[in-house]
Ligand binder design. Structure first.
Ligand SMILES: Nc1ncnc2c1ncn2[C@@H]1O[C@H](COP(=O)(O)OP(=O)(O)OP(=O)(O)O)[C@@H](O)[C@H]1O
Ligand SMILES: O=C(O)[C@H](O)[C@@H](O)[C@H](O)[C@H](O)CO
Length: 172
């Protein structure tokens, strides 16, 4: 890779984005953004009420994340950010400002596996009932996108190590 990347850790709710991305950012010593922190309050209220977000809800949120990515592009800094980035059009928006540096890391797992994890997770606004809608919206990365797909069947530290190895990144 010519320049150090800006990694967008993506996938449905409960696939492990926050867990794996925090490990990655810590090990690499890179800036980290939890994408959920940029949701407008109305989006969080909607999800908390068990109503899936639609495109109109997501665009302003994606634009905020794209702005954060853009700042790292402008500064020449590597970074890690979590974002479900479920649809191709969302990813194209996120990568538009730095097409050579954004790499999507898609955490891929079965509905059953993720449902179990969500059922065991507490204190998070996203209800398990929204998982079906997440899979309905999901468009996995296509071959022409800069991405890697990582299976979620391993321990978080192993997933982070796999990502670092496959992308040829050096941990701090
Ligand atoms: N590799 C893993 N093995 C086992 N459990 C995991 C793994 N990765 C994450 N988990 C657990 O699964 C749950 C979901 O993980 P996490 O919150 O990181 O997912 P997420 O994709 O960020 O979800 P959301 O988009 O809803 O915020 C958490 O309780 C987490 O501790
Ligand atoms: O795109 C979406 O439908 C939502 O934004 C969710 O995916 C959340 O951001 C998050 O993953 C829940 O915790």
């Amino acid at each position: 890779m010519d320049q150090q990347p800006i990694l967008v850790v993506m996938g449905v709710s409960g696939s492990g984005k926050s867990t794996v991305a925090a490990l990655l950012a810590g090990q690499l010593g890179w800036d980290y953004l939890e994408g959920d922190d940029l949701h407008p309050a109305a989006n969080v209220a909607k999800m908390s009420a068990g109503i899936p977000l639609d495109d109109a809800d997501r665009w302003p949120w994606l634009d905020r994340i794209a702005e954060w990515i853009g700042a790292h592009e402008a500064a020449g800094l590597p970074a890690v950010v979590t974002c479900s980035a479920l649809k191709r059009a969302y990813r194209d928006r996120l990568a538009a400002g730095s097409p050579k540096r954004v790499v999507f890391v898609y955490l891929h797992g079965s509905r059953a596996e993720i449902k179990d994890r969500l059922a065991a997770r507490h204190g998070h606004f996203m209800p398990t009932a929204l998982l079906d809608s997440q899979f309905e919206a999901l468009q996995p990365p296509e071959p022409d996108e800069r991405s890697i797909t990582v299976g979620i069947g391993h321990a978080p530290a192993e997933e982070a190590a796999e990502i670092i190895r496959r992308l040829g990144l050096a941990a701090d």
